[in-house]
Design a protein around this ligand. Structure first.
Ligand code: ADP
Ligand code: 5GP
Length: 186
């Protein structure tokens, strides 16, 4: 067994998970888990890098085969973490899962040593600004994401840590510190 960690990062859409993760990936021996999803590809997203974009039939088949470490159905689509992909990466890296709360809690059940971190915005107004600023979603989709935020945040006590993504550098430094400390005791 390697000493490598599963690091689960959750938080409302637009809070900055992708931004924080890309900074972290530049800093250390981390790999990002690439999820499978049935949602449509956004402009700029690359199949196999952003997600593995698969059909609902393929997704349901993979569920039956036990191929997901966790999965969830939200925003009218399926999202799941491919088990084999993560197991392979774990041999050499600490693996970051950028997933929502239901999936994160499934991971904690099967892998109690996983570290669960909830990223929260400095305020709801700032979250809306970031989502609008990113410009990837229609107003309807932004509203759906904001509506889900309340549920996501209500689950934060089940997480090991809550981190405010206000100043980006500070947030990334805190995250690194949490991971380093966990690795000492893991
Ligand atoms: P998520 O992956 O959680 O949906 P993104 O990483 O796409 O969020 O970030 C949403 C938007 O917020 C992006 O335009 C990003 O540049 C911006 N952003 C991320 N972190 C910060 C921060 N600490 N301060 C200000 N803007 C941020
Ligand atoms: P988006 O459609 O904006 O890319 O992602 C929507 C939500 O799905 C985000 O909260 C994201 O973290 C979550 N998500 C992405 N991949 C997975 C996954 O594999 N499993 C689960 N449970 N959630 C995921």
């Amino acid at each position: 067994m390697s000493n490598n960690l599963l690091i689960v990062l959750s938080g409302p859409s637009g809070v900055g998970k992708g931004t924080v993760v890309s900074r972290l990936l530049q800093k250390g021996n981390y790999a990002l888990s690439v999820s499978c999803t049935t949602r449509a590809r956004r402009e700029g997203e690359v199949d196999g890098k952003s997600y593995f974009f698969i059909t609902k039939e393929e997704f349901l088949r993979t569920i039956e085969e036990g191929g997901f470490l966790e999965y969830s159905n939200h925003f009218e689509n399926y999202y799941g973490t491919p088990k084999k992909f993560v197991e392979k990466k774990l041999q050499n890296y600490d693996v970051i899962l950028e997933i929502e709360v239901d999936g994160a809690l499934q991971v904690k059940k099967s892998h109690p040593e996983a570290i669960l971190i909830m990223l929260v915005p400095p305020s709801v107004e700032e979250l809306k600004r970031r989502l609008l600023g990113r410009g990837t979603e229609s107003e309807e989709k932004i509203n759906a994401r904001i509506a889900r935020m309340e549920y996501e945040l209500s689950q934060k006590d089940k997480y090991d840590y809550t981190l405010v993504n206000d100043d980006l550098d500070e947030c990334v430094a805190r995250l690194e510190d949490i991971i380093k400390r966990k690795k000492l005791t893991h």
